[in-house]
Design a protein around this ligand. Structure first.
Ligand code: ADP
Length: 336
């Protein structure tokens, strides 16, 4: 599909260049032909004048303008212009093909990304939907299903639909962060921002007797409060999910000349060197997160977190070793 589009675009580029080139060549031919005729005519008049002044009684010579020479010059000009146009056609054809490729590359990448996104999303959605459908069908076919069992099936069904809703919300959200203008930026107190996020995640931490120690700093930061709070919740939630019971999580803030830096440090299962380059990819979940820890998730949190940070003009980094905890570092520009 892109090969065809590239050839078509090359054709259009070439058509524009050749129309301009032919028009200029026609103009050059016209002007130069007129100049050749004008030159021959001027030369004839001058020679006639000279002969008249030197030999006044002599009759005018029969042929002082050589028309064959004029036609020959015009033909040479035409040949030269044709050769030049042929080379222009060759060079601009190659250049147009190259340029068409470059023009189409971002569109090609976007289309491929979109295709991949749709295929990943439908794959992720299909598994829980199939499981839900099977569970409901089996229960429906069971003639001895008691009221309590039916209630249990319905409760499981509601749990699964909630999971599906979370997944579809996350998918929708991933598509939102494509430009900074979509953000609602306002100055916000760093202290309040951190304490609000900790307050919201505390019930989850309490369930695992995990303590979140946070060190805020004074000052304000220009952010979209909803998005940044969501970012902190994603990272704190992961820190809780991938830590063992009764451990500790640190949430600290620092100020540099250019950035406000937030660090979320846990002492959990950590991330292997093999997984580290991929954890920000959509739907990526490290094997030890699935098996060893058994934590629920779709592998979308960190890709959303990265998009939130990048849409604020910042960057998100991670440092971790397997079985040795993880440190997520968020750099947000102080002046945005
Ligand atoms: P999810 O947590 O839903 O699987 P995320 O996108 O939030 O998806 O995280 C992607 C993967 O990165 C996780 O599956 C896990 O393997 C790894 N990960 C993220 N945060 C941590 C952490 N604090 N400690 C260990 N592994 C982590």
């Amino acid at each position: 599909m892109f090969k065809q589009a590239r050839l078509k675009l090359t054709g259009w580029y070439l058509l524009i260049i050749m129309v301009i080139s032919f028009s200029f060549s026609a103009l050059i031919y016209q002007i130069s032909s007129m100049e050749i005729i004008h030159f021959a005519e001027s030369q004839r008049i001058r020679i006639e004048r000279r002969i008249n002044s030197s030999y006044p009684n002599l009759p005018p010579p029969p042929m002082l303008v050589d028309t064959d020479l004029i036609i020959e010059s015009q033909q040479r000009l035409l040949t030269n212009l044709t050769v030049i146009n042929f080379f222009i056609l060759l060079i601009s054809g190659t250049l147009s093909y190259f340029l068409a490729g470059r023009t189409l590359r971002p569109i090609q990448k976007m289309t491929e990304d979109q295709k991949q996104f749709i295929s990943d999303a439908s794959h992720e959605l299909r598994t829980p939907i199939t499981a839900l459908k099977a569970m409901l069908e089996v229960s429906l076919r069971d003639p001895k299903l008691s009221l309590d069992e039916s209630k249990k099936v319905l409760t499981d069904a509601i749990y699964s639909t909630n999971q599906l809703k979370t997944l579809s919300d996350s998918l929708l959200e991933l598509n939102q962060f494509n430009n900074k203008s979509a953000l609602n930026l306002n100055p916000f107190s760093i202290k309040n921002l951190m304490s609000e996020s900790v307050k919201k995640i505390k019930p989850k931490a309490d369930k695992k007797q995990i303590v979140i120690k946070y060190n805020p700093i004074n000052g304000q930061i220009n952010i979209d409060i909803q998005k940044i709070e969501e970012l902190f919740l994603i990272l704190l939630d992961n820190a809780i999910k991938y830590s063992s019971k009764s451990s500790q999580i640190k949430f600290i803030a620092l100020k540099t000349r250019k950035n406000i830096i937030f660090k979320i440090i846990d002492h959990g299962i950590g991330i292997s060197q093999k997984d580290l380059p991929h954890i920000f990819d959509r739907f990526y979940r490290a094997d030890n997160a699935r098996t060893k820890n058994g934590a629920q998730g779709y592998g979308l949190g960190l890709s959303i977190a990265k998009k939130i940070v990048e849409s604020h003009g910042g960057k998100l980094e991670v440092d971790s070793k397997l079985n040795n905890g993880a440190t997520f570092v968020i750099y947000l520009p102080r002046f945005s």
